[in-house]
Design a protein around this ligand. Structure first.
Ligand SMILES: C[S@@+](CC[C@H](N)C(=O)[O-])C[C@H]1O[C@@H](n2cnc3c(N)ncnc32)[C@H](O)[C@@H]1O
Length: 374
């Protein structure tokens, strides 16, 4: 496989919308407004999981991501935090901050791939995986590695993207349009899309939150999707019990483009540390990543019609006389439909497919009108 440098740190800081001014996501690591938002969100996460801040003061925490979550855990009283990230930029920023503050004894930061690195065993009281696991090269292997590192009785915060939801359907489509795959293998066009999204999504051609989200959605190397039931079955046989959850409904439905949340959280407690993972099937492997454009998943005519239109649009964009730049414009536009129009306050989710179809019909007409017979 071609060497592909993932996008985090330089081109995206992820897409967690917890900031009142979301564009601040690009500011310095300890920007007070951002840290205050992380503080509120992590405290809420802990309360939701039934964890008290008093417990936290004895805890050894593991965190993956931008580094802001790791700083927040220390700020709200965790005893020690080990931070990991595959992004050299994220680790360098946290490392520089760490060297200039009095937290050196309580924080480590390491650049590595946590799917392939030995994280130790029976070590952590709390592992915080917020927006992380779908980006692993092998989701099941990465989660197993984290479970091994968790103490018996310890808790793991697991946030994951859910197959069968509208947002992930559109993001999958955009990834397929750009890469002809759900795996981003070639970063030659990354810079072009980075700049195109900045030009399209900001008033003043500066880095903005929508760009961070676009690159996170379209260019992160892996964005693997599995159904909720696949995740739940996977963790149950590995000796973990669910202690709290958020956004799991509608339970029992693998496809729901109107009411199902795109990302879901469960908090798990390790109840058994004597399980031989090698004897278990890894259902969260790359081969089981669910192709959201596979028509056999659906019996809803509107989803099937959207897939047909998308297929027509993709084939038109790949016609010889249509400039490649139009694929970039269309990808940026489709993502904006998702991130902006469908998320506006008064938007009716029931209009998602009809609106997306009329957008694609108009794009097809426009391109065919100019390029059909040239
Ligand atoms: C969408 S961002 C989530 C950011 C997080 N919610 C935060 O605010 O800090 C995903 C993060 O996971 C990291 N990541 C993805 N795959 C990884 C891996 N295999 N090992 C270590 N870090 C990884 C990325 O570099 C990125 O920082």
């Amino acid at each position: 496989m071609t060497k592909y440098k993932d996008v985090y740190g330089k081109y995206s800081l992820g897409s967690g919308a917890i900031l009142s001014d979301e564009n601040k996501v690009w500011d310095r690591i300890d920007e007070p407004e951002i840290m205050a938002a992380y503080n509120t969100s992590i405290r809420r996460d802990l309360v939701k999981s039934g964890i008290s801040l008093d417990d936290l003061s004895h805890w050894y925490v593991m965190d993956i991501g931008t580094g802001r979550q790791a700083l927040t855990f220390l700020d709200i009283g965790a005893d020690k935090v080990d931070h990991f990230d595959i992004s050299p930029e994220n680790v360098a920023r946290l490392s520089e901050y760490r060297a200039n503050t009095a937290i050196e004894d309580r924080l480590t930061t390491t650049c590595c791939d946590v799917v392939k690195t030995d994280l130790g065993s029976d070590k952590y009281d709390f592992i915080y995986l917020n927006g992380i696991v779908q980006h692993f090269s092998n989701v099941g292997a990465g989660i197993e590695n984290c479970i091994k590192a968790l103490k018996k009785g310890g808790q793991l915060w697991l946030y994951f993207y859910r197959s069968g939801t509208f947002d992930n359907f559109v993001a999958y489509m955009v990834r397929d349009l750009i890469h002809s795959s759900n795996v981003a293998k070639d970063d030659k066009i990354l810079k072009e899309h980075f700049i195109a999204s900045i030009l399209s999504y900001s008033d003043d051609a500066t880095k903005n939150y929508a760009t961070s989200m676009y690159i996170d959605g379209a260019f992160t190397r892996f964005a693997q999707l599995f159904t909720l039931s696949t995740y739940i079955d996977f963790i149950a046989v590995r000796g973990l019990k669910i202690v709290s959850s958020s956004g799991l409904d509608p339970l029992g439905k693998d496809v729901d483009h109107y009411f199902s949340r795109a990302a879901t959280v469960i908090t798990l407690q390790k109840t058994d540390d004597d399980i031989d993972f090698s004897a278990l099937t890894n259902t969260l492997s790359p081969e089981n990543d669910v192709n959201q454009l596979d028509k056999s998943l659906y019996n809803q005519p509107e989803i099937l019609a959207t897939i047909d239109l998308y297929t027509q649009l993709k084939s038109l964009l790949n016609t010889n006389n249509v400039p490649a730049s139009l694929t970039t414009f269309v990808a940026v536009r489709l993502f904006d439909f998702l991130a902006s129009k469908t998320r506006s306050a008064d938007y009716n989710p029931m209009d998602r497919h009809t609106d997306m179809q009329s957008l694609m019909i108009n794009i097809i007409k426009l391109i065919e009108g100019e390029y059909a017979n040239t």
